[in-house]
Ligand binder design. Sequence first.
Ligand SMILES: Cc1cc2nc3c(=O)[nH]c(=O)nc-3n(C[C@H](O)[C@H](O)[C@H](O)COP(=O)(O)OP(=O)(O)OC[C@H]3O[C@@H](n4cnc5c(N)ncnc54)[C@H](O)[C@@H]3O)c2cc1C
Length: 236
Amino acid sequence: MKQAKLKVTLLSHTKDPERTIVAAIRQCYSQESGAELWEKVTDDQKKRLIKQVVASGHTSTIEHASFTFAIEGVSRALTHQLVRHRIASYSQKSQRYVKDGGFEFILPPTINKNSEAKKIYLNGLKNIQENYGKLLALEIPAEDARMILPNGCETKIVVTMNCRSLFNFFAERLCMRAQWEIRQMATLMLVECKKIAPDIFKYAGPTCVTEKICWQGKLNCGKPARNKSIELRERF
Ligand SMILES: Cc1cc2nc3c(=O)[nH]c(=O)nc-3n(C[C@H](O)[C@H](O)[C@H](O)COP(=O)(O)OP(=O)(O)OC[C@H]3O[C@@H](n4cnc5c(N)ncnc54)[C@H](O)[C@@H]3O)c2cc1C
């Protein structure tokens, strides 16, 4: 039984996502074909037009670029939250086909720093693992034996989202109200996206950062509207 380590790998993405999005934006207002417009995209257009569509909410145009991530070392609790994001594609390690004997586990920081809690948690996991093994030994199928496995069990998932959906995902899951683990994963995903398409993803993040607005009401984290706004404030 081993502690899992979070890893986010960007597997692939739309070829030149910013150029593709600008060609799509320009297609709305041009006689020329998308192919011709694609060839003529300038750096200035990338900065100006992408900012314009994000600020105006004309964000169907950013759906033309997608990103695919391989994610590992996360809990089933995390992926349960992740797959609530419907505008995406997912392929996850199956607990029916892949037997989880010797599963890795996620160790929440609150448990890690409390020695008594850590002892209880690790003992619980050990018991689960032993009993899972006993069920398999009794020829209980993996699809039934897995019912005993915990939320903290490690899993792996491949995720594809387009930029519009990623914006929604980052707004929700980089918020301090989001659960720590999915926030860590979203942070790593945004880092990867920014490497490939900085002119798009500089506008992505929780709304307290991108728009200087917190929608959480009484549930706010106590630090709403962080002083890091990024050019979009004129929208409000
Ligand atoms: C901090 C936090 C706490 C949460 N707590 C809970 C909780 O306690 N219980 C719980 O059940 N969930 C909870 N959620 C999950 C949340 O309610 C959403 O299901 C999840 O975040 C996915 O968001 P989404 O629907 O915007 O994303 P997507 O499913 O990717 O949808 C993207 C956007 O498409 C549009 N859309 C998609 N499907 C439809 C549709 N059928 N009809 C109309 N418009 C649609 C919406 O504009 C939506 O915002 C929580 C999420 C967060 C971030």
